[in-house]
Write a protein of this length. Structure first.
Length: 393
């Protein structure tokens, strides 16, 4: 069966979320109806804290120019291909050192259906980020936090029976920071492998069992920074119709740390999405997990509670409002001899997009970052206000 245009739009939206750098708020996407699309975005942003510093903040205007190319097409009845590339040129009127920076976002995805119940998806996303949106906490004042990041995802799914499904998945993420001191501290590879099985107990409800294994390998001084984790999870997926879906997982993580104590920690993730009208949705979720710290010298991990909400709502036929809120009360897990540290991160973004014509859109956005930390050197407040225009052809 040939992939539908609805599926094409879904893939394009997902790819946009992976590589978008415009801000936190979700932005509306328009299906051009073409396999190949070119677009050009130009914009201006005022950034109150360019390097995300706790003190000595640098305020600047940033001029953006971002051409983008996207290809999405069913190359056969069973194979769908997506590829996109975006170049972003940023000019800063007040920045130490280089004032013009070039970032790159490259994404490629292949989805193939071997049969109506067996399919595979391969996705690779490569990013060169010279002006990161959300900077690391606790880094010395005005440090360049530019980085390269590559993420590869593979997913294979099959249905042995009408009521059961088996999924095998893998993810590999590589971080490479431009600054040599940051690189020695934070350059790493994170590999995650998973096996999940589900059983349909009702047409709209599936119970799920899942196992995941994670390896975190640092490039330098790995003898006291590497981790190996095993996750054992159970949960359910709920999909009563095309407009509403929800998913939940509960379980625990057994983490083994190189040179530090092992730990067994609870793990939880819940998410849901409701498409209540055309171009209108609300999604929300919660995650409790262990993540890497930006200060690996003092802390082994960050114990994260993450709450998030995303919303998009059309105010008129041509004006769409959107917003995003993430709230993270966390605790940094101290190494031997170091106390744990409480830290709360709040990220908020809102945008107003005017779909001026079939190929034109204009947007105004505001993003807010606040880190309230027990260590004053890790705190930061950052405001970004921007306007942009995009033309697609």
């Amino acid at each position: 069966m040939k992939f539908s245009r609805i599926f094409s739009l879904f893939v394009l939206t997902a790819c946009g979320l992976l590589i978008a750098r415009a801000g936190y708020a979700p932005t509306p996407t328009v299906d051009s109806g073409k396999d190949f699309t070119l677009s050009l975005t130009a914009g201006l942003t005022h950034d109150s804290n360019l390097f995300g510093s706790a003190s000595g903040e640098i305020e600047t205007y940033v001029y953006h120019l971002a051409p983008k190319a996207v290809y999405a097409n069913s190359v056969t009845d069973q194979t769908f291909v997506t590829a996109s590339y975006q170049l972003t040129a940023d000019y800063f009127d007040n920045r130490p050192g280089e004032k013009t920076l070039y970032s790159h976002d490259l994404l490629a995805r292949v989805a193939h259906a071997f049969s109506p119940v067996t399919n595979i998806s391969l996705t690779d996303a490569f990013v060169v980020a010279k002006n990161p949106e959300s900077l690391l906490a606790g880094i010395p004042v005005n440090t360049d936090q530019s980085y390269q990041r590559n993420q590869f995802d593979a997913l294979f799914s099959t249905a042995p029976t009408k009521k059961t499904n088996v999924t095998v998945k893998a993810r590999s993420i590589y971080y490479d920071y431009r600054s040599a001191p940051l690189g020695r501290s934070l350059d790493r590879t994170e590999n995650l492998y998973g096996l999940a099985g589900d059983l349909a107990v009702l047409p709209e409800i599936k119970v799920v069992g899942e196992y995941r294994h994670q390896d975190v390998a640092y490039r330098a001084f790995s003898d006291n920074k590497d981790k190996h984790s095993d996750f054992f999870l159970a949960g359910a997926d709920y999909a009563p119709g095309p407009k509403l879906s929800a998913s939940g997982r509960l379980g625990f993580e057994f983490r083994r740390r190189s040179g530090e104590r092992s730990e067994t920690s609870p793990y939880a993730e819940f998410s849901g999405k409701y498409d209540y009208a055309e171009r209108a949705f609300v999604s929300a979720g919660y995650i409790y997990t262990l993540e890497e710290s930006s200060d690996v010298a003092r802390f082994t991990d960050t114990q994260v509670n993450r709450f998030f909400v995303n919303v998009q709502h059309p105010l008129t036929a041509r004006i769409v409002a959107s917003g995003s809120l993430t709230y993270e009360p966390s605790q940094l897990q101290g190494r031997r001899g170091q106390v744990d540290l409480d830290e709360t991160t709040t990220r908020f973004g809102t945008a107003l997009t005017y779909l001026a014509a079939k190929n034109w859109s204009v947007a105004a956005s505001y993003d807010y970052d606040n880190i309230d930390s027990g260590d004053l050197a890790r705190g930061q407040v950052r405001h970004r206000v921007g306007v942009s225009a995009t033309y697609a052809f």
